[in-house]
Design a protein around this ligand. Structure first.
Ligand code: NAD
Length: 265
């Protein structure tokens, strides 16, 4: 299977190139970068720390979409529409890891998925997706007597809180309880907050050091506590998940799929 990477010189792009080269049955189809990027024209594999492969970083994605079976995109929301159009035009499957799309852009993705196969996930880590599924299941099993709080810790450079993954876990918990997430989410506590309300889903965020991403979902009952924990040690979990998704899409008809679909939950 020939897999291409747009944004191949980025932090995730380089890891994706490494993962494709290291995965049996996958062949690197090439890589692109934005116009003006200082690494344009360099060898795609060399930039990712491997021996040269003879494919050079281009600023046009047309050639890549002409030759690839699947393209992986971890770049910028502004680049998504162009890549969707090319995926539809050339019948190429798309694994979309870019985050931060506006509602109009989400609609464009759904529209393109009527004609081609797209896997989109905010978090491609296999472990985090297992955590999502377990959180939803457990929230459905344990009723409101078990208070749910979600604790996350990230490195000191992270600018937003709670993390997108923590919010996704809260949504999964609300889904498991058939509750409306916006009605039950308590995104921070400070001062005299009053007693906790049954059914609330609380969040707490820690920041410090170089922590890649820790998430704990706590179900606290009277006399016992159940905790689901995921700890990320490296961003390689995202590239491994994305390449797994790229292999999975090869047999799928057009549609918009999630990482949960890839993993068969
Ligand atoms: P980065 O800035 O290191 O890399 C992005 C790359 O995309 C850059 O090299 C940039 O030059 C390139 N780019 C921008 N516009 C382009 C275009 N039109 N064509 C080709 N390349 C273009 O960022 P990053 O840390 O690698 O993250 C990239 C994206 O992936 C972000 O949206 C981030 O939130 C997302 N991300 C998603 C997951 C997930 O699991 N879904 C995990 C990690 C990061």
């Amino acid at each position: 299977m020939k897999i291409g990477v747009v944004g191949c010189a980025g932090r995730m792009g380089q890891m994706l190139v490494q993962e494709i080269i290291n995965t049996d049955g996958c062949e690197l189809a090439g890589g692109t970068e934005r116009s003006g990027h200082p690494l344009l024209g360099k060898d795609v594999a060399s930039v990712a720390g491997f021996d040269p492969c003879g494919l050079f970083i281009m600023d046009s994605a047309v050639g890549l979409f002409e030759t690839a079976d699947t393209v992986i995109d971890f770049s910028l929301p502004a680049a998504t529409k162009g890549h969707l159009d090319l995926a539809v035009k050339f019948g190429v499957k798309l694994v979309l890891g870019t985050t931060g799309h506006e509602p109009d852009q989400i609609k464009e993705i759904a529209e393109a998925a009527k004609s081609t196969t797209i896997v989109k996930a905010m978090n491609f880590s296999i472990g985090v997706n297992v955590l999502f599924a377990l959180t939803e299941k457990l929230a459905g099993i344990l009723d409101d007597d078990y208070d749910i709080d979600i604790l996350e810790m990230h490195h000191k450079h992270k600018v937003d809180a709670p993390s997108g993954t923590a919010l996704g876990l809260g949504e999964a918990a609300a889904e498991g309880r058939r509750a409306n997430f916006a009605d039950v989410a308590v995104r921070g506590r400070d001062g005299i907050t009053g007693e906790r309300k049954a059914g609330d889903i609380g969040f707490a965020s820690l920041r410090g050091g170089d922590v890649v991403g820790d998430h704990t979902v706590v179900f606290a009952g009277d006399g016992e506590r159940v905790e689901l924990i995921h700890k990320a040690a490296s961003r390689v979990i995202f590239s491994k998940g994305a390449v797994r998704a790229a292999r999975w899409v090869s047999n799928q008809p057009p549609g918009l799929y999630s990482m949960q679909d890839v993993l068969g939950f």
